[in-house]
Design a protein around this ligand. Sequence first.
Ligand code: T46
Length: 141
Amino acid sequence: MNTSSFVKLIEIKNLGDARGDLVSFESNKSIPFQIKRVYSLLNTIHSRGYHAHKELKQVLVCLSGKCTVILDNGFTKESVVLDSFNKGLLIEAMTWREMHEFSKDCVLLVLASEHYNEDDYIRDYQTFIKLVSNAQNTYAV
Ligand code: T46
């Protein structure tokens, strides 16, 4: 049985002191790509996501509260609870994501490697599975 996880968590250093916490996000340093877009999900009352991206990479950081992210690489699904401002979840391209169970105070910060582009979204799960399987067959020796 393959027990290795494909979930990539990034530890974001807390630069805080007696005055309070401080976290910093820097392109190609704490964040492993050039950040081109930053957005935030807040006051969320329904599950979101249900798509994958062809090229986009993102890091999700829960600045306050918590939520659960389900990641699916087409073969394995994993669940990650984001509940800390110093834990970043790196989501690579071609990963189906769903976000659930947002606490009322959840502030989810998202750092993205590309500008918004609807053409990069795969919003149909069967299409996602087909693309992942085709890629697997292409690279199989
Ligand atoms: C993702 C998860 C974590 C824009 O116009 N610009 C933007 O930068 C974003 C993120 C969205 N939008 C528009 C597109 C839709 O008409 O806002 C609307 C809601 O977006 P969506 O339904 O894709 O939201 P989520 O929460 O399902 O997904 C978002 C991101 O879109 C996605 O890339 O990975 O958060």
